[in-house]
Design a protein around this ligand. Structure first.
Ligand code: HEC
Ligand code: HEC
Length: 369
């Protein structure tokens, strides 16, 4: 006896309040044996997966609309190593937007060669996350941007005021802040963070083969990728990695979509990849119920962002998929299933908007001592 499952595909709204035409169509994914269908019932979303394309613009908060002047300034600040104590580390150092938006190290290196405790996540499509950082401790891109500058291991400024003072010493910046925020605008923590966030909202990668597929181009994904897409839904990955960014449903900024990692701890993966060494959200909130809770990350552009997980302990994508099945779903995938899912995930690699290096204003000779 078989039971046919259907998959609904839609393109998500571009941003809250924008009304894009939602196209729905049905894609019969499989005629499954009853036993398999029954097993799927345990996974809440398996019956009708809503596949969503990535919107072509990122939502921006009402008090920080994205404008070309702000984006230009934000990009300058993003690439400017003078925002670090030593004048050597910029956002770009750890989030390389010429490639995957990360640094490929298990954990990052900041000022004075100090090594941090977590893997640098990609900045590509961070604009679609409802909270920032692996543990979700920053609500928005604006809040996040204030973190690394004064982080002693990352950019090492004593505080944000010191960074603002530094920027005020560079005469070329004041006109750029006025162009971006109005003639009365000041260089401040607020305007620095807003400009960087505005630039980050341009770092999005729509039109991946997957996006084209769910918008109706049935040839955009290969047969193996479509098989992988089905397996991704059938084994239950989509229970957590749902929504247009595969980081959970689109939620209001500050909400966060958190899940336990590992859900199943009684396996060799947990020790091998030191999963329990970092408490995740509990390290921020101190609450026992937040122990090993992590923000569900995006799965877009994974081919560019090895190694994987919050500690960068997993070196390859097949191993990351294998591990997730074991630790999150208590399932052992076949080599074929892993290869198919990896092929599907590779189909989530989008079109990267071309990046050009900004021109930065000159530095006074006595600024970096
Ligand atoms: C020394 C390396 C380093 C520098 C410099 C750095 N970052 Fe990061 N960034 C990281 C690491 C590591 C994390 C993850 C930390 C965590 O989750 O605890 C992170 C997290 C982020 C995130 C959250 C992404 C997500 O998926 O949650 C964004 C956005 C981001 N950084 C942007 C920036 C910006 C903007 C700057 C410059 C102002 C910057 N970073 C400077 C290493 C760095
Ligand atoms: C119960 C929720 C849940 C399920 C089910 C789940 N994941 Fe995850 N996934 C997470 C969380 C949480 C993380 C972040 C782990 C961390 O903090 O290191 C993650 C991380 C990942 C990563 C690493 C991303 C990166 O940038 O380092 C990949 C790849 C991944 N998942 C793929 C999958 C696949 C494929 C499946 C199905 C076999 C799956 N996940 C099932 C919650 C889940």
């Amino acid at each position: 006896m078989t039971k046919a499952l259907t998959v609904r595909t839609t393109t998500g709204p571009a941003s809250p309040g924008t009304h894009e035409r939602i196209r729905k169509h049905r894609w019969a994914i499989a005629a499954l044996p009853l036993a398999a269908a029954a097993a799927l019932m345990q996974v809440p979303v398996a019956q009708a997966v809503e596949w969503q394309a990535l919107p072509e613009t990122a939502p921006a908060p009402a008090d920080n609309p994205t404008t070309p002047e702000k984006v230009e300034l934000g990009k300058m600040l993003y690439f400017d190593p003078r925002l670090s104590s030593t004048g050597t580390v910029s956002c770009f150092s750890c989030h390389n937007v010429m490639e995957g938006g990360d640094d490929h190290r298990p954990t990052s290196i900041g000022v004075h060669d100090q090594v941090g405790g977590r893997n640098a996540p990609t900045v590509w499509n961070a604009a679609f996350l409802s909270v920032q950082f692996w543990d979700g401790r920053a609500a928005s891109l604006e809040d996040q941007a204030k973190g690394p500058i004064a982080n002693p291991i990352e950019m090492g400024m004593p505080n944000l005021e010191a960074a603002v003072k530094r920027l005020k010493q560079i005469p070329g910046y004041a006109p750029k802040f006025k162009a971006a925020f109005g003639s009365k605008a000041q260089i401040s923590e607020d305007t620095v963070a807003k400009a960087i966030a505005a630039y980050e909202r341009t770092l999005i990668t729509p039109n991946s083969p997957y996006d084209r597929f769910v918008k109706g181009d049935k040839k955009a994904l290969t047969a193996q990728q479509q098989k992988g897409m089905r397996a991704f839904a059938d084994v239950g990955c989509v229970a957590c990695h749902s929504g247009p960014n595969f980081s959970g449903p689109s939620l209001p900024v500050g909400t966060g979509f958190f899940m336990k990692f590992p859900v199943f701890a009684d396996n060799e993966m947990v020790a091998k990849y030191r999963v329990l060494d970092d408490g995740g959200k509990a390290a921020v909130t101190g609450k026992p119920e937040d122990q090993n809770m992590w923000r569900v990350p995006t799965l877009r552009n994974l081919a560019y962002t090895a190694p994987y997980m919050h500690n960068g302990a997993v070196k390859t994508l097949p191993e990351a998929v294998n591990m997730m099945a074991v630790t999150q779903l208590n399932k052992t995938l076949s080599e074929q299933q892993i290869a198919d899912i990896v092929a599907f995930l590779e189909g989530l690699g989008g079109e990267f908007p071309e990046q050009t290096m900004p021109h930065l204003p000159p530095t006074p000779g006595d600024m970096l001592e």
